[in-house]
Design a protein around this ligand. Sequence first.
Ligand code: ZN
Length: 207
Amino acid sequence: MQPLGSKDALIVVDVQNCFCPGGSLGVEGGDQIVPVINDLLPLFEHRVFTRDWHPNGHVSFSDNPQFRDLSWPVHCVQETEGAEFHPDLHVPDDALVVSKGVDPDREAYSGFEAVTVNLARWLRERGIERLFVAGLATDYCVRSTALDARNAGFEVVLVEDATRGVAPDSTRVALQEMAAVGVERVLARVVHAAAEAAGEPAGRRRV
Ligand SMILES: [Zn+2]
């Protein structure tokens, strides 16, 4: 792996209470990735956090009469505790927070579908070429974010031990789909090694 540099960014996908154990859509072990992500944050100059940020009655909710084939329990409703980031997650003051799924009639799994900011443009304007992806869940929003990032022309690296999936089968399929379009898979320690190779002392940046 190329040493880390200013052309790299970390995207942390949907590490919100609803997606952690005890939440309405809790992913098993979802909270265990929080310390792994916190340790990665100081290695990057550019950090993006996506969040599901739905209005009441969102089209993806199974209590919505228009619900489609794939619907979900009510989750991540704007300004509720469930929509907040996990309390132990460090969100640096200078990080970009991308809210998605804001439109009541449109689902958005990926930060690149957000209408609140054009994420691809935001990243390009900062010279970003390679994205490291972490968060929840591997088989849904992490998958969509990684695939959209590839479509937008970025190099993409999935930090596997900084993600968790909803179910083993869909996670396996998602990993295959990501690999098929050139998404690299590494463990967090490889990212730390790439930071050291660049002479970036871990912990230099404030988080
Ligand atoms: Zn959602």
